[in-house]
Design a binder for this molecule. Structure first.
Ligand SMILES: Nc1ncnc2c1ncn2[C@@H]1O[C@H](COP(=O)(O)OP(=O)(O)O)[C@@H](O)[C@H]1O
Ligand SMILES: [Mg+2]
Length: 289
């Protein structure tokens, strides 16, 4: 059951990159899944979370980021082997050896500007489709960490992947980012759009009355189905962003209740993913009749 999933909320700072990190490591360490993470944010946050920062810079310096791959495919019409843009076996978790990364590049915004200026959106979409088809054949999960906002590339991921997941903080502005995305998904429906696997409430402060109130509001009002499991606000999740040069165990990186919440979340994702894949193949079968 293979899936391509983009993690998206139009708002920044809601825990998207942290969710990609924790899901990739939990799916690898606790379920033996092969996971490819694609960093589609110019800030390269997830790359720096998964890999030593000097290695990220080395990859970028050698022109081996996802942006360089797309520049070749879209602006130069060259198809380079995507495997040479991979860093294999990233992550500082020693029992999560099956996480690979296509690192991000700071020239993403410039690239997107070139694509728009030259009207190459269709070629970009084709390049992304080809990449995803090849990656899908090698991994159980392809997770894309998107930048906030709805850039040209973010829109292409949303139209080409199987599913998307939306993390949100339990606050007013973060839920606005969700509503914006929901409205966007209803535009140009003929162009295709990923199915939503659900909303994940992140950074919930267990002791905050306001967070509990927003969680209730979200569960009642969201048109998108909220995961039962929430991600708590936790120091271990804040520090998880800091790549540790000495490998550590999953249990050391995600201890106690936090680790339990992440494992529960990953288990819920696996159930939703497999149900959504079944629905998708049924729809595709009907369309082919
Ligand atoms: N559950 C959490 N508990 C505590 N801090 C968190 C949690 N999730 C994310 N953070 C921190 O919040 C900040 C924003 O998270 P990040 O994942 O980078 O969000 P985004 O990718 O949406 O911009 C980062 O400093 C990150 O370490
Ligand atoms: Mg991010």
């Amino acid at each position: 059951m293979r899936s391509t999933i983009t993690i998206m909320n139009a708002k920044g700072g809601v825990g998207k990159s942290t969710l990609v990190l924790t899901l990739a490591e939990t799916l690898a360490a606790c379920h033996g899944k092969r996971v490819l993470v694609i960093d589609s944010d110019a800030h390269a946050s997830i790359s720096n979370m998964l890999m030593r920062p000097d290695w990220v810079q080395a990859f970028q310096g050698q022109g081996r980021s996802i942006v360089d791959y797309l520049i070749a495919a879209v602006l130069k019409n060259e198809t380079l082997p995507w495997i040479s843009f991979l860093s294999a076996g990233v992550s500082d978790v020693d029992d999560a050896r099956t996480v690979d990364l296509m690192p991000g590049g700071g020239h993403l915004t410039l690239f997107e500007r070139e694509v728009s200026k030259a009207g190459l959106e269709t070629r970009l979409r084709q390049a992304v489709r080809t990449l995803l088809a090849e990656a899908r054949s090698a991994y159980d999960f392809v997770l894309i960490d998107s930048a906030p906002g709805l850039s040209v590339l973010t829109e292409v991921w949303l139209r080409e992947v199987d599913f998307y997941l939306s993390p949100t903080k339990p606050d007013y502005i973060s839920t606005h980012g969700l509503q914006f995305l929901g409205q966007f998904s209803q535009r140009d429906t003929a162009m295709g759009f990923a199915e939503c696997l659900g909303v994940i409430i992140s950074m919930k402060d267990r002791a905050a009355f306001e967070d509990a109130q927003y969680e209730r509001w979200l569960r009642q009002n969201s048109k998108l189905p909220c995961f039962d499991q929430v991600i708590p606000r936790a120091t271990s999740l804040q520090t998880a962003a800091h790549f540790c040069p000495r490998p550590r165990s999953y249990w050391a990186k995600y201890p106690g209740e936090t680790g339990k919440a992440l494992r529960q979340l990953a288990a819920e994702l696996l159930v939703r993913n497999s149900a959504a894949l079944t629905r998708k193949s049924y729809r595709e079968g009907r369309a082919a009749e």
